[in-house]
Structure formats: C-alpha cells, structure tokens
Design a binder for this molecule. Sequence first.
Ligand code: AMP
Ligand code: GLY
Length: 423
Amino acid sequence: MNILVLGSGGREHALSHKISQSNRCEKLFIAPGNAGTARLGENVSLNIEDAFEVGAFVKANDIGIVVIGPEAPLVLGLHDGLKADPTLTELIVVGPRQAAAKLEGSKDFAKKFMFRHKIPTAAYETFTKDTLEQGQAFLETLDPPYVLKADGLAAGKGVLIIEDLNEAKGELKRMLVDAKFGDASTRVVVEEFLSGLEFSLFALADGHGGYALLPEAKDYKRIGEGDTGLNTGGMGAISPIPFFDDALRNRTIKEIIEPTIKGLVKDDLPYQGFIFFGLINTDRGPKVIEYNVRLGDPETEVIIPRLETDIIDLFIAMNNGTINEIEVNVNPQTAATVMAVSGGYPGSYEKGKVIHGLRDFDQTTVYHAGTRLLKEIITSGGRVMAFTSFGLNKEEALSKSYAALNEVSFEGMNYRKDIGFDL
Ligand code: AMP
Ligand code: GLY
C-alpha cells in the first residue's frame, strides 16, 4: 500500500520511520517532510491544508492511507474535504473530521464536551468581549494563579498563567478586547489552576467506540533547565513514566479515556485517529488539561519507537472499526528523547546553519524536525533534531542520547541537559 504522511516535524519523521518498517508499506511519501524523511520516502511539496491539492496527489499516486500529523489541517477540515470526493471513499484517513477536531480547535468546545460527559477537568467559565466585566468578576472568585486560555489555535502560545489578580484582569482585557491572539482570543476560557504532575496519554480511536491505548509519556515544555523560562513546543520526552502505575492507569482509563471515546460516539463526532490526552495527576485524581487531536511532538519520538505492533495493521483496524481486536505490543524499555534547538528559540533565531557530525548512530535514532537538505543538511526551524535512545531505565537511555548529541553540532545549538530530572 502507498502511504502519504502530512507534516514536517520530528513527529512525522518518527511516524514515517515506523510506517517504513512495515511490510505493507510500498511507497511512502511525506509532504512536505524534512531532510530526515527524505531518507525514508519521497518528500513532496504540497499545500497540506488544501484538500483539492492533497486529493489530486492521492489519486495520482494510488495512496491508500493519509496520516495527518499536525492539528491545523484537521481543524480546517482536511479529512472532510478529502472524503467529499466520491472517488476517495475508500481512502483511509488517520485524523478526525472537522467537527471532532474542535476538541483541539476550541477550548470552550472541549470544556463543554468534558462537562457533558462528566470527565474530570478544571472548573471554568468562558467569556467574550461583551462579558469582560463578568470575566473579571469571575477571576476575583478564584485563587491564584489564574489560568487564561485563548479559545482557538494559537500555536501553543495561547495559555497564560498569572499570579497577580490585577495583571490577570488586564490580560483578560488584552485577549478579548485588544485581540492579543487575534481571532483565537475572541473567546477566552478562564479556569481553576490545578497542581500535580503532568503527563500525556495517547489512543488511536476507531470511531465506533473502540480504541488502542498507546504508551504514556512526559514532555518537557520549558526552554530552561529545572522547567524554567519560556514555553517551547517541547525540549524532550520520556516514556514510560514511573508514577503512571496500574492504579493510576486504571483510574485514567475508567474516568477519562473510556468516557471520552464513548462521548465522541454519543455526540456523533466521527473520530478515526489519534487522541492526545494532556493530563495532570492531582490529589483528587487525574484530570484533563487539554485534548489534542493528533500525536504530540516530541512525545511521538518516544512512544512510536516503543510500538511493536505493525502500525499499518492498526490503521486498517481503525478504518474497519475493529481496533479492539488488535493486541498492542510495546517495548518495555525506557525511551528518552532530547531535542536540539536553534540558539534564541523559542524567541527569534537564525536558520540555515550547517549541521555537523550527523551519522547513523548505533544506539540512537535522530528524528529530524527543522532540517533541510541542500548541498549539506542545514537547520530550518526552532526545533532541529530529536535524539531518541532506549535503555533499561531513563538514565541509560538519556546517556546514549546525550552521547550522540555531543557528536553533533551547529552554530548556536542548544538543548536541555536535565530531561527526566523530576521522575
Ligand atoms: P495547554 O496549551 O492547554 O496545554 O496549556 C499549556 C500548559 O499550561 C499546560 O501544559 C499546563 O502546564 C498549563 N496549564 C493549562 N491549564 C492548566 C490548569 N488548569 N492548571 C494548571 N496548569 C495548567
Ligand atoms: N508536546 C506537546 C504538543 O505536541 O502539543
């Protein structure tokens, strides 16, 4: 079968790597891909938000499965656009339709969904510029810190956590009235602050109430060591995580995973694809911080390498609504990934730096994120490469990743030296 992966990050490189290992994969295409995916298949230049352009490529290249990596095309309705073509009814699309992608595309929609299905999450209210005063009054009823979330997609920057009440009131006004996040902050969710350890869990839903549970992971979002400084897309990740024991696993499945999957069916929200549960383990049990309608990056770079079940078998079972019949086998070792980023990221940074020292390492896989192949491999983004290794424990996995990282360099390269420090 011919397969098309959409996206250009480490997530898409790791997915493509797993897909290319399957006997069922004939030709693999990645749009637009990066210097890493170019070694696994053919990179193609497509506007991945344009269903007509993607659909034409699918037909011309006899594609059987399209895997949609990032959220933007899902939220814009790429799945629906592809399936609107009567010649593409058999195409397997991994990623939900637009109606269900609102779980990530609108925080207010996600909160309403969770309350409707009694899924534990932070208390909240949603405000618009017409209800700014009520919003500021609501802030007075909460304990600090205050959590303000732009309703729409804001490239991971739309969540503010603020200690001071007056500052929170001012930010609420800037979001609603001054459109701090553009259209994304036309509505703002104000919610209760939750404390506990954060972790992420992933499932592949088949749209009929069945799902395959994938491994859990923890990512490290802050740029600085000890979880300090600005938020990034993610500086590293570990899977499995020791505090996710059987008791927490069973409770999370019963209180969060199953009600979510059943809720999607009940609400008639067609969902065939990955669901990312952003969770926090509070002293009153696990709660949902957010849903994403795709895999996480860099979490994919640790959970997908651990997957031993053929990923194409999973996609086919997903499409047939029979995913509950598949056994998901996972490598019990620990996988760790460390992200090398451009100097200055997540602020402004320079691109086009030549990457030195890259080779096929024995014990580490380098998943490319922001790279391009010209005469040499150069940087082309903030997050550049993720170094993933396995070990009997996180220390062993991390020491291999850091050893490989020390052989690679580009001008301004930065990475966190403390991934996994809190586990
Ligand atoms: P999100 O974009 O929804 O993932 O939010 C970004 C980050 O903000 C999360 O990973 C959490 O660390 C933090 N966060 C979001 N909501 C809350 C909350 N209600 N309580 C505490 N931290 C939160
Ligand atoms: N690593 C978090 C995300 O992919 O949203």
